[in-house]
Design a protein around this ligand. Structure first.
Ligand code: NAD
Ligand code: TYD
Length: 351
């Protein structure tokens, strides 16, 4: 088969990456999709069972920080485009082990940029480096205002500092070497296949198992939540229609204080599990706050809406119901990812 594009997706076995891989493999039979992933604790090939035998899909196990390996991979495949999602992605882990975040998020991105640059030989026709970033690079908002594409970077956690650094390098390669790039900064995602260390899947898993729901501080922290499949749709759109050298913010227009979100989740879980009203809320436990905890994130997604016509298609109530149903129907997936290493992480983080 002659493909008209060879697309390298990094981190495709993770949460968001697996939704992007699935969308691209199914939608673009004329693209050859390569999924490069180191399969860290957060990467799981079970996320991609339904596409693993597709003829336009290949999985490559490898580490983006391994320079010789990445150079050889680009030499072999001469990718047209990279959609770069591989990262260490959890703020709490970044507080415990910041260097791991510098290695993957900063050095790994640099290694990919260098390979992309050197194997293009200065001819960037039809090429694109698409870097996936986060709204957390903008730091924190007070009670009002929204992050726009012009908000100055002001990261507060080792995670967001490492993502900010990688964004700067991507932009610098654009300015210095004319490398064609686009960056998107997205708000908090939720949905199927998210590793149960992030708020929503962690709390779903704990409610199922009647375990405490550890709300940090007073719970009055605000996040802007987006259904992961809507993020994947936005990535597809920006990949094909986004203007090179531009940044687009992606968000759900959907702000929730943690405590209100947790209460909604508890109510929905009680209904799904046939428990009497108020049962799950009794599991809420206020615990020691996260150091450097950003008060509020909220995205102004009007640029991507006006210029590319994207907006979220799934309401939060709908998305949350679909998410809960998925976790309840996929107990084996949950059992697999929460066995072994997960237990020791949990002990260290919450005890
Ligand atoms: P995730 O932690 O679920 O998945 C990350 C994937 O990257 C995993 O499959 C892991 O195995 C892989 N990986 C990690 N280190 C690697 C390495 N050195 N080499 C190769 N692969 C490696 O993360 P996610 O939530 O899917 O996030 C994906 C991207 O989107 C990240 O860049 C993240 O910063 C960004 N993002 C996430 C959110 C969110 O709410 N989850 C929001 C905005 C942006
Ligand atoms: P999280 O899902 O880790 O995403 P991020 O830190 O990238 O926004 O956390 C979302 C919010 O939930 C954040 O304000 C921290 C809070 N939180 C808790 O209160 N308890 C927890 O156990 C976790 C993991 C998060």
């Amino acid at each position: 088969m002659n493909y008209n594009k060879k697309v390298l997706i990094t981190g495709g076995a993770g949460f968001i990456g697996s939704h992007v891989v699935r969308l691209f493999v199914n939608k673009y039979s004329n693209y050859q999709i390569f999924n490069l992933d180191a399969l860290t604790y957060a990467g799981n090939l079970e996320n991609l069972k339904d596409v693993e035998n597709a003829s336009n899909y290949s999985f490559i196990k490898g580490d983006i920080t391994d320079e010789a390996f990445i150079e050889a991979l680009f030499e072999e495949h001469n990718f047209d485009s990279v959609i770069h999602l591989a990262a260490e992605s959890h703020v709490d882990r970044s507080i415990k082990d910041p260097l791991a975040f510098v290695k993957t998020n900063v050095i790994g991105t640099m290694v990919l940029l260098n390979a992309f640059k050197s194997h293009s030989g200065g001819n960037y026709d039809g090429k694109l480096f698409y870097h996936i970033s986060t709204d957390e690079v903008y730091g924190t908002l007070g009670d009002t205002g929204l992050f726009t594409e012009h908000t100055p970077y002001d990261p507060n956690s080792p995670y967001s500092a490492s993502k900010a650094s990688s964004d700067h390098f991507v932009r610098a390669y654009g300015e210095t070497y004319n490398l064609p790039y686009v960056i998107t900064n997205c708000s908090n995602n939720y949905g199927q296949n998210q590793f149960p260390e992030k708020l929503i899947p962690l709390f779903i898993n704990n409610i199922i198992n009647n375990k405490a729901l550890p709300v940090y501080g007073d719970g009055n922290y605000t996040r802007d939540w987006l259904y992961v499949k809507d993020h994947a749709i936005a990535i597809d759109l920006v990949f094909h229609k986004g203007k090179q050298g531009e940044t687009y913010n992606i968000g759900g227009f959907n702000e929730w204080k943690n405590i209100d979100l947790v209460k909604l989740l508890c109510q929905q879980m009680d209904v799904k599990l046939g428990r009497s009203e108020g049962t799950s809320e009794q599991l809420i436990t206020f615990v020691k706050d996260r150091p450097g905890h950003d008060l509020r994130y909220a995205i102004d997604a009007s640029k991507i809406k006006t210029e590319l016509g994207w907006e979220p298609s799934v309401t939060f109530e709908e998305g949350l119901k679909k998410t809960i149903d998925w976790y309840l129907d996929n107990g084996t997936w949950l059992d697999h990812v929460t066995s072994g290493q997960y237990q020791s992480y949990y002990q260290k983080q919450y005890n």
